[in-house]
Design a protein around this ligand. Structure first.
Ligand code: 13P
Ligand code: SF4
Length: 408
């Protein structure tokens, strides 16, 4: 992926951040200086574009204080410091969905995260609550790899091959569009997150013989492997292959498949490699020290296998917090979280396994200028950037999400 930081030629950006500076976060520069701004939401009023971090922080703080209980701000762990400082609740996708489902108090939920997370909050929130995504262009490249027509096509082909779909349970990762959550709800399936994928798959195998898992092949494979499913019983479905070709898989492989894995991935987590883990272990071994490795399950199979532990962003945060003082921990996940963990755990050495800076470029789009804008609009009684899942998807998507929430 193109790193917004790596591409940015301006005097505000310390060159040191081109390397993973895990003891400091990524500084906010005025929106107008962001090289990628033209591809973000450009309808933000002109006056916000030149404001520096200090002014934006002051404006957000003032708006918050005036709005009081009317607004709750949810922040995903990958948000930058200048955003996360305002979060009433921060967490992984599961915790934030749970929060939205169980806090009907505030009429406005400002979701500092990406589009699929705001959609899930809208589905689970009470009818009087409105969910706002500060930058409407904050999506997820992995979620975009599963388009509804492609998933329907695959489902039809699988049905033809197996003589029906009754025995296939569709499981979508939270990182997917609401329409796909609805597809799962309508077809006896469910949603999972990185924190409950194993419980969800175990449940799915009580409902059917096979699981159709999308969009993240790595989370699906890693979870299946943790359940003891052999790799050759997890078959890749390549959605780029023209329709009618069984996603490039053979009939024989699919007949033996227990999990059909959509060929999607996260561009941030695919950067982590076995070599990085081996290098980190060798480097510290040479100093007579031991390094612990914790990674997100969106990383490749061999990376997860070589790590000491893997889990959701909340799991990773807890893993680091619970490690003994003096521990050295190499982390395989997004840089804003790694930087925060390094700062919050000064008695430990916490570093990112990837030597080149690796922010999630879509999470990064939630620049404080957008947060200031949507909050000040609320002050004036206007809701901008509301995320509203269409009614025809809401009901079934909620079924799939509630099945998941009931499992944990
Ligand atoms: P978590 O649910 O672990 O926070 O993961 C969300 C995500 O998008 C990771 O890339
Ligand atoms: Fe999507 Fe990857 Fe960003 Fe997570 S880190 S929101 S999966 S692109």
């Amino acid at each position: 992926m193109t790193s917004p930081a790596a591409a940015r030629p301006n005097p505000y950006f310390p060159i040191g951040q081109l390397q993973c500076e895990t003891d400091s976060g990524i500084d906010t520069i005025p929106l107008a200086l962001e090289q990628s701004f033209p591809s973000w939401q450009t309808t933000i009023p002109e006056r916000y574009r030149g404001m520096d971090a200090e002014e934006l922080t002051r404006r957000i703080r003032n708006a918050r204080a005036t709005l009081g209980d009317k607004v709750v701000i949810l922040g995903h762990h990958y948000q930058r410091e200048d955003i996360i400082q305002f979060a009433d609740d921060r967490g992984d996708s599961f915790a934030l969905a749970q929060y939205a489902a169980s806090h009907p108090e505030a009429p406005y939920i400002v979701f500092a995260g990406v589009h699929f997370m705001a959609e899930a909050a809208d589905i689970l929130a009470a009818p009087h609550q409105q969910v706002i995504l500060p930058n409407i262009e904050a999506g997820c490249s992995m979620a975009d790899m599963a388009a509804e027509p492609d998933v329907h096509q695959a489902w039809r082909e699988l049905g033809e091959l197996y003589g029906g779909t009754d025995d296939i349970i569709p499981v979508t990762y939270m990182n997917s569009a609401a329409s796909l959550k609805a597809f799962c709800g309508a077809n006896g399936g469910v949603v999972c997150t990185s924190s409950n994928a194993k419980q969800v798959l175990e449940w799915a195998f009580t409902q059917g013989k096979r699981v159709f898992f999308f969009p993240d092949q790595h989370l699906g494979r890693n979870t299946g492997a943790a359940m003891g499913i052999p790799l050759d019983e997890m078959v890749l479905w390549n959605w780029r292959v023209p329709a009618g070709n069984l996603g490039g898989a053979s009939e024989e492989a699919l007949q033996g498949a227990r999990i059909i894995l959509w060929q999607g991935h996260c561009s941030v987590h695919q950067r982590f490699s076995l070599t990085q883990i081996e290098d980190a272990r060798a480097k510290y071994a040479a100093l007579g020290q031991q390094v612990q490795i914790v990674v997100h399950p969106e990383c490749r199979y061999e990376v997860v296998q070589a790590a000491d532990a893997n889990g959701s962003t909340a799991y990773i945060a807890k893993y680091v917090a619970n490690a003994a003082p003096g521990s050295i921990i190499g982390v395989g996940t997004e840089i804003n979280l790694v930087a925060r963990l390094a700062k919050e755990n000064p008695d430990k050495t916490v570093f990112c396994l990837d030597p080149v800076v690796c922010p999630c470029s879509t999470m990064y789009r939630v620049h404080p200028a957008y947060l200031a804008w949507v909050m000040e609009e609320l002050l004036d009684g206007r809701v901008v950037n509301r995320i509203q899942v269409p009614e025809h998807h809401r009901k079934d998507a909620r079924v799939a999400l509630e099945r998941m929430l009931a499992l944990k």
